[in-house]
Design a protein around this ligand. Structure first.
Ligand code: IMP
Length: 513
């Protein structure tokens, strides 16, 4: 019975996929490309309840997502604070590249150290280092934790500095060996998460260092992190196999990429994105090939909007593609350079090719409302990347501004004049030198929206509702069965609230600024 049911489902899915293909074929045969406001999804028979829908997906071949949302690699959107919060909500943040390589790696480390299952390379200090020096290092790196392992000159564990040791220390010139706790319960390197938890609970120790047969440090478990992972509070977190939050980072081409990736890999980055305005280019292709040869890390490449570009990059070894040339809210590329393709058609055409290679695609930019998420995924995306829709949250690095009594946050394009004048990373994204800058983006501000958690709750709520209307139980279903209808200007006007003076704002709808 179950087998019959799944057979029927498969054949229905195939029929619907063919229908979806014929919709887009008819459009492209007329030389037309569509974007979000041009289409809506049609409703279908549904036996699914929005809350039981599975929205797990993939960002790249080997990096999963609990929710299909990534935060953009922009200096007003994603730094460590945003990356930590979005990973806790199930998505992934991409740390921008207007940081120096060292600063960017430090941001990644902050995310990876925020929540640890097994810390493979815990921070260790020599027993002769002073408490003052350790505290200064902690401050410089902005670490939130207080447990540091202390070793002798042969790197053998001799003690541990805990929060209590720091709190009760009144003379910061004392050496670590004079302040540290010497009675440490250790484990051997093969000890698992559960066993570590049991030992810490029984011994009432907040940390358990792992040491090898020579007494050298081989890892560390801390109680709060292990408890959080095992207690299920973290079920929604997007974590790697060691229980650490997932994070990505943007890199340029050639030496910029090689230098950055070396230090990013050392911090256990989950994936890197070769982030350029024109992904289908010689520099990107050559950089991709070198990175794939040198490292085991997933490499996502962008941005593109043509199926031929998708094919070339998949063949060159890309583990994921980022689609979008010109849809961004701060983007002027299509106006300045006259190129680009409306986003829904670009997603569909690129995803169609990428799926033959098993390469996930991310729809980057141009989303305005939660309803655009099921549309992007219905057109073939595995995830969406947002700048504007996340820039107004508490966790974004953009500055606050007040304008006519309303609170805003600064949001600007990475190719805006301000960003390009100041940062090499921005100029390289748009392949430009220091002089005669030709901006491809704007600087502005977006309304303040409050904590990311509340904002994402609405976006995911919209996605689930959309999937419920379509009858899709999971992301793959939605990609296969979504049917599109093209709408007119009148249809678009009818879709928004009309003929009413809005007296109360809804958390998921704003009139466009
Ligand atoms: P948004 O979500 O519509 O605001 O679009 C965000 C996306 O726009 C980013 O993820 C980038 O791919 C892209 N982007 C960022 N800065 C610029 C720019 O200055 N010009 C063009 N595109 C940009």
């Amino acid at each position: 019975m179950t087998q019959l049911k799944s057979l029927l489902t498969k054949s229905i899915k195939q029929k619907l996929t063919v229908k979806q293909d014929s919709f887009f074929k008819k459009i492209s045969d007329q030389g037309i490309a569509l974007t979000y406001d041009d289409v809506r999804l049609t409703t279908g028979y549904s036996a699914v309840l929005p809350d039981s829908i599975n929205i797990e997906s993939k960002f790249s071949k080997n990096v999963g997502l609990k929710i299909p949302i990534a935060s953009a690699a922009m200096d007003t959107v994603t730094e460590a604070e945003m990356a930590i919060e979005i990973a806790k909500l199930g998505g992934i943040g991409v740390i921008h590249k207007n940081f120096s390589p060292q600063e960017q790696a430090a941001q990644v480390a902050k995310v990876k150290y925020h929540l640890n299952g097994l810390i493979e390379k815990p921070i260790c200090f020599d027993e002769n280092v002073s408490i003052g020096e350790i505290l200064a290092y902690r401050k410089e790196k902005e670490f939130s934790f207080h447990s540091f392992l202390i070793t002798d000159k042969n790197y053998r564990l001799v003690g541990i500095l805990t929060k209590n040791d720091f709190d009760f220390c009144e003379d910061f010139s004392l050496k670590a060996k004079q302040v540290m706790t010497k009675s440490v319960i250790t484990g051997n390197p093969s000890i698992g998460l559960r066993e570590a938890y049991r030992v810490m609970k029984e011994s009432k120790k907040k940390a358990i260092p792992l040491v090898d047969k020579d007494g050298k440090v081989a890892g560390l478990y801390t109680f709060s992190d292990v408890k959080r992972i095992l207690s299920g509070d973290s079920k929604s977190f997007n974590v790697d196999k060691n229980g650490r939050l997932r994070v990505a980072a943007a890199v340029g081409v050639y030496d910029d990429a090689f230098e950055r990736v070396e230090s990013l890999v050392a911090e256990k980055i989950d994936l890197v994105i070769i982030d350029t305005a024109h992904g289908d280019s010689k520099g990107v292709m050559e950089t991709l090939k070198v990175l794939k040869k040198r490292y085991e890390v997933d490499v996502v490449v962008g941005n593109i909007s043509e199926p031929e570009s998708a094919e070339r990059l998949c063949r060159a070894g890309a583990d994921g593609l980022k689609i979008g040339q010109g849809p961004g809210s701060i983007c002027t590329t299509r106006i300045i350079a006259g190129i680009g393709k409306p986003q829904v058609s670009a997603i569909y055409e690129c995803a169609k090719v990428a799926s033959k290679f098993g390469v996930p695609v991310c729809a980057d930019g141009g989303l305005k409302y939660s309803g655009d998420i099921p549309i992007a995924i219905g057109a073939g995306a595995h995830s969406v990347m947002m700048g504007n829709m996340l820039a107004g949250t508490k966790e974004s690095p953009g500055e606050f501004r007040f304008h006519q009594g309303v609170q805003y946050k600064v949001y600007r394009g990475m190719g805006s004049l301000g960003a390009m004048e100041r940062y090499k990373g921005s100029r390289e994204r748009y392949n430009q030198g220091k002089n005669d800058l030709v901006p491809e983006g704007m600087e502005g501000m977006v309304p303040y929206k409050g904590p990311l958690k509340e904002v994402i709750c609405q976006y995911i709520g919209g996605l689930r509702r959309g999937m419920g209307y379509v009858g899709a139980e999971n992301i793959e279903d939605l990609r296969a069965i979504a049917q599109f209808v093209r709408i007119t200007e009148a249809g678009k006007a009818e879709s928004h609230p009309h003929d009413i003076v809005i007296t109360r704002e809804a958390p998921n709808y704003r009139e466009r600024v």
